[in-house]
Design a protein. Sequence first.
Length: 499
Amino acid sequence: MRWDSNRLGVQLVWSRMVRFVGRGLELRALEAEFDECRNTGEGRLITIRGRRQVGKSALVERWLENCDSPSVFFEAHGYTETRELLRFRDALPASSLPSAQQAAGVAFVDWQAALLAAAANATRERPSVIVLDEFPDLCDKLRDADGNPAPSPQEGTIRAAWRILQKMPVVLVLVGSNLAMMTRLTTYGFPLFGRPTRQLLVAPLSPLEAARMTGRIGDEALDAYLVTGGFPRIVDLWRGGSLESFLRRELSDPSSEFVAAAGRILDGELPTAVAARTILSVIGAGERTHKGIVDGTGIEGKHLSYSLRLLADKNIVSSVLPLSTARSDARRYRVGDPYLRFWLRFIDPIRGEIGRGIGATNASRIARQFLDYSGTAIEPIVRSAMERMSAAGDPRFGGARVVGGFWTKDNQVEIDLVGANRDDPGAELQVAFIGTIKWRAHKPLDGRDMSALESATARMAGANPSTPVVAVSRQGFDQIARPFAAVPAEDIIAAFPAD
């Protein structure tokens, strides 16, 4: 392995604590880029984005082990450009790059000079790999006259360097946790537009991958996913035992990865966005409507719109409209990531108690409240699974391309599942099925639940008594006369990829 002493320490801890699971698709993509560089002698530029703690660095390090080529792995710390360039200079002699010794002690005026020095003496037989981890932390955070993000000087010097590196046997990898900035890097009007040869998004482990990592099956695997969100280190913390015992252990330690990771994610994504953090706390607490957010925060108008857009751009909050053939403005908001959603609901409010060493006293209360919480939290996972199953040709879903839900503006009527041909409500939308989710711990889905669904259907445009019905139940089904398609927990988990 070719890491400096600090990286080596981190890598050994990771290897000892967490088994490397999944990521086959991403590893094959990285291997293909490396092979292309070796075959053609031309450079490859790869961007990798993903939320903090999702395993981006572990992915790259595993790939570097496999390709066994000269490399340097440099992690930015958000210092000034001068300081970061000095750190990069000091990292080169400890690397396995053929330029390592001749770059020792050289002062770099900018990142173009630094990268070209690192790439010197690269060979086609063993291309040089240069990894800049947390690349957004190398870049100045600039805005234009309208307050929109503007290109940084560092992005310009990277582009200038790439004009030369693209003709050399070099693989340059830019890794970042700031999803919005990493996405923006390659958009039109920014210096790296059209330059990357590969762009990768590293998502959390899928429900199936997380289940295999822990050995859980069925509803227990899905419950664990609602708590851990598929973040590898957090999944690994809860290998067995009850939710209450897991919480009792983790909430007793303020430095626990389960307790601390979400805070680091939000501090990185929203370091100074007070309004956005306030709005997020209200949504995380369970508020879903525009009016409720205004009432809970006192923020409205353009300030509310800007903050909601910021949260959406950073893939922290998503919003959806009810699916039917009638248009509606009853938009609902939710935290997209299961782990962040659980953390905001249950852990963030007690961080003070955790810091004082009494956080574990909340374990039994949270475990009890989780029974109600999970009934709503499971909905987006079920919908995503059904979209995947329908796309794979499962006849239970009538060829639906999207799966959402329906609700009235007064929230008096709600249908958990609506399969349709499109996600834009209106007259052209065609309903493929409707359905209900009952994630109760001790009671099966029964005829009364089906009667409630039928009553709600009467208030939904585009559905009628003959519309096919799909049902999801944690505890099975009992005394149901109406024909329906049953979807057990095992089918939901199996719908997701595992590679």
